[in-house]
Design a protein around this ligand. Sequence first.
Ligand SMILES: [Zn+2]
Length: 590
Amino acid sequence: MIQAWVSAFVLSTVAAQAPAPLISAESLRKHVEYLASDELGGRFTGSPGERMAGDYAKKVFEEARLLPGGEKGTFFQEFPVRFGIEVGEGSYLRFRRGAETFEAKAGEEFVPVYNGDAPDEVTAPVVFAGEGVVTEERDDYAGVDVKGKIVIVFPSADRRLSNRAKARTAQEKGAIGIVFAGSPTGAGILDLTGQMGILRSEGFVAAAISSEMFERVSGLNFQRAREQAVAGRVLPGFAASVTVTLKTSTQPRNIIGRNIIAVLPGHDPTLKSQYIVIGAHIDHVGRGEMGALGRIEGDDIYNGADDNASGSAMVLELARYYSRTKSNSRTLVFQLYSGEEMGLVGSRHWVANPTIDLKAVTAMINLDMVGNMVESKLIVDGIRSSPIWRDLVSRFGDGFEVEFDPTGRRSIAGRSDHAAFESAGIPVLFFNTDEHERYHRANDHADKLNYEGMERLGTLIINVLSVVDSMPGMVPFQDKDKIVERTPPEAPASGARRVRVGLIPSYGDPGPGLLLEGVSENSPAQKAGLQAGDRIIQWDDIKITTIEDLQFVFERAMPFQPATVTILRDGKEMKVTLIPEPPALLLAAA
Ligand SMILES: [Zn+2]
């Protein structure tokens, strides 16, 4: 029934639009080129590059005059993710050479590696084994006795031998621990965050030291020693009788990811109380901290142009399109998630801590990897989540070769940010141009994308959204064989608040208007510039003389719908713009 009704609605009311692009390939390219630039370092969750990407998106949203939809009146929502390790209390590393002692500063000059079974403290002689490589052509351990000792090696730039493999080799040769000196590219220190255990083996310890520390302890020039080691030449020995005392203590590290959320209020007085979420993840795998598939010689930045600067760019351009055309009846919520590559963390966090009423979200559109269209091929997942999707997408899918809800090996169900929404009973549509040979590799570069394909997809999405947006009811949800009709949440009963404003009225004042005793900290009222002593005399078109007048206004107010508030301050009339927040923000801020 529902399906028949919706199909009839779709076919009767919406004429397919002309194929003229509604958003431009050039603007899409501009966003992708910035987001996927080396400057942003692969946008790893919590990294400076991820923050730069978020700041860029915020600027685009602001310039398009969208409203902040995050927490505490900002465009952002932060969330914690456990990732890797950091130096715990009571770690130390001490070298002794003859009568001299060198104490390494934890976190700067040395970083311990997590190993659950590492002994409390070890003291052992040190031996140097160059790059620590053992192959058929070469044996860096030849003539070196490492039994019961701690081996110092250089990490390899090209990772033909991983740190883990080097640790295993050292242990097989009888060493009781390994210390990596410098970084894979030379000076500095190995970044071991994200490496939860070089070698989980009883009695084996591991740590990294800085190139400077190496020089002090060995008396060797780091660069020269490293060059010789990389070339596989015979290495100068260490000064005799260097010992190291190492105690490693580590703890899990929390990093802070950041979602970006912007709101474009709807233009229909009734339908604007419902939301359409349009989302994409903005994070990627950085410098291969995790999730990297194979490295590329001389390039260690995973730019993530298709994954997912492409989807992010599409979200930004859709925001600009609707801001320009003012064609949306319902309120549009644009979201750029972080933490996707770490397990959909950002989108799950938002669904668990929404900044709007989830029950009023009629549909969620997810865009992940939409920049690699080959011969008009398009994957649309989420069709199962509503009985209306297949007809609707097919209606506008002329010229595309669409594959619906792929299953099996190529199944993308649940592998991107729409998953949490679908679990919450919200119909989802996921657009994707399929995986390719650059997927999660360092050569996922901006110049490889098909921007004309993105432009065409943008038009398809706008057409699909035009129906979702103009439907009289909410998009029905399908849970396996069961179709769930959805009704928007009822308007709150009299007195119940659906917005947070933050006014503290003064009771018993004779007027005129309503005297403010103050405003709440960080509230919309404070952000609008209201202060104690102001008298509110009008709210949009409604004259305010009593508390009841204000109550009347609040019962009808919608989150993010700017209101013009007229006040008397020191006898003079002035107007301010106040943007009410949803009450959920109160909880989030608490
Ligand atoms: Zn992705």
